[in-house]
Design a protein around this ligand. Sequence first.
Ligand SMILES: *Cc1c(COP(=O)(O)O)cnc(C)c1O
Length: 396
Amino acid sequence: MKLKPFEHKIWLSSPAMHGEELKYMEEAYETNWMSTVGENIDRIEHMAAQLSGCRCAVALSSGTAALHLAVKLAGICQGDTVFCSDMTFAATVNPVTYEKAEPVFVDSEYDTWNMNPSALELAFRKYPDTKAVIVADLYGTPAKYDEIKAICRSHDAVLIEDAAESMGASYNGIPAGSFGKYNAFSFNGNKIITGSSGGMLLTDDDHAAALARKWSTQSRESTAWYQHEELGYNYRMSNVIAGVVRGQIPHLKEHIEKKKKIYSRYQKGFLNLPVTMNPYDAECMEPNFWLSCILIDREAMCYQFRDDDTARYVKTPGKSCPTEILETLASYNAEGRPIWKPMHLQPLYRKKDFVSTDEKNVSSDIFDRGLCLPSDISMTEEEQDRIIEIVKSCFE
Ligand SMILES: *Cc1c(COP(=O)(O)O)cnc(C)c1O
């Protein structure tokens, strides 16, 4: 069977606007709060604090900026070791490098694709003086925070939650964005709630929030002139961007419902294929289903070769691989994406240490066999069914 390419592109995850965004942006314009101060900023800080359950929220220019200030608040200095999720977007880790500290990568687990608590425990045995741990909630699924928090507590380390992908998710009924001492949301263009860009730092510590606010606005002291006693950054969010976020946040639940439907439809559609979806523990986890991903069974993988700049595979009946599926999707005008390439495999970070309790090296294995499928809220059921057929055709 030959399917026709899509007439308009099927996106991985594009912004889903509703109209209120424009109203609040216009309000910023009409009232001339075209700056990094204004009603929209105040309102979304309040909303973000409420939905994460944190006392304080500081609106920033990006999720990366939020993570950078979190790393500084945790007191990380040059030469300090920081444990980081291995399989994640580089923005989880780069702030550690901004501060000239040393990231040590901790392997993932198959249960959630997030940081493996046993590997974290092992990392502490190797580097007992480590002061901070940064855990990313991959694709909208929270990590096993009961275990991770207990390990951090027993080693007196600060936990930072990178909740850039997991806004609205929860673990044991507790919202993502509240598990660390410092936590970060991102509002970049493909996240579940977008401002086109932007981020939010979340914490229960009023003093830390005040400090982050000061650092984010060039660390001006409260003198009559421009007095600077410490290094500052231009990290504050614009009130126009905050207008977009303000219009979006009320639609978070609805976005999650749509993403969850997409996930379930894939899950049903792939019942007879040798693949599994990105997993979570339904007993205690409520993901936001930001991206739907699949992992191809080992026996169903055709030969695939990837180095730093090329990807090849050998077409094999009854088998497939992420490279084949991604190329096939692209040929039909649909956007998939490889799994985040693990940090310990990145040329930038290859020399850093990597701690794993598995011989197999779980994050590399998921990278080899996994991929993200189109998970766009505006995708229709018919379009998704065609995506499912396209994926199936790769295994013929
Ligand atoms: C998107 C993302 C970030 C960075 O957010 P920006 O707002 O783009 O700076 C950080 N960590 C993870 C896991 C992300 O997916």
